[in-house]
Design a protein around this ligand. Structure first.
Ligand code: ZN
Length: 188
């Protein structure tokens, strides 16, 4: 994050520079945000950048307390970037009775809240995907770590690996949705 200005210096593109400025303002105004992926769309390309907070990186060396967290944040943000084209497609999907229970109510969201339904839906789908990928990476890390300890003879209990694997439990989706709503409240 403290290097964000250097990133701007590398770009002679004013659109990117403006998006980086916006991201810096958002991160400075909310210190719980660990990273932001910025997407810049032009007619022939969609590019982007990822800003990560200094606090997260300071303690992210292997063995330090934030190492795993930094890897998961990076997995999350890279998924945002990977899905950037899909995200634009979602934004342009019309509100129809095929996808919405009440299209009239969905259309009226912008008038009531100043945010259109298409962007809320897109953000929700994006966040669910990115959080799921990050959760999967975490499961893989837990499994790798446990396997090493089993191979080293530290863990000897049968089925230890199977017991470690967690499945998404009932209510996980609701709790994730609530958290997404809280995280994005500052934008709306
Ligand atoms: Zn996200």
């Amino acid at each position: 994050m403290s290097k964000a200005q250097h990133l701007k210096d590398q770009l002679n593109d004013l659109i990117h520079q403006a998006r980086i400025d916006q991201a810096i303002v958002v991160m400075n105004s909310n210190h719980t945000i660990q990273a932001i992926t910025g997407i810049v769309q032009q007619p022939n390309w969609i590019r982007g950048f990822i800003l990560i907070s200094d606090d997260l990186l300071t303690l992210s060396k292997p063995g330090d307390e934030k190492h795993i967290e930094a890897m998961l944040v990076l997995a999350h943000e890279l998924t945002h970037f990977r899905n950037r084209v899909l995200s634009q497609d979602l934004l342009s999907e019309p509100i129809t009775a095929d996808d919405y229970v009440n299209p009239v109510l969905a259309e009226s969201s912008f008038l009531d809240h100043g945010v259109n339904t298409e962007s809320v839906r897109t953000k929700f789908i994006e966040e669910i995907c990115c959080r799921h990928v990050s959760w999967r990476v975490h499961q893989d890390l837990i499994e790798d770590h446990a396997r090493q300890r089993i191979n080293a003879g530290v863990i000897v209990r049968p089925h230890a690996l199977e017991d470690l694997k967690s499945n998404l439990t009932v209510g996980s989706l609701i709790s994730c949705g609530t958290k997404i709503g809280r995280n994005f409240a500052y934008l709306f």
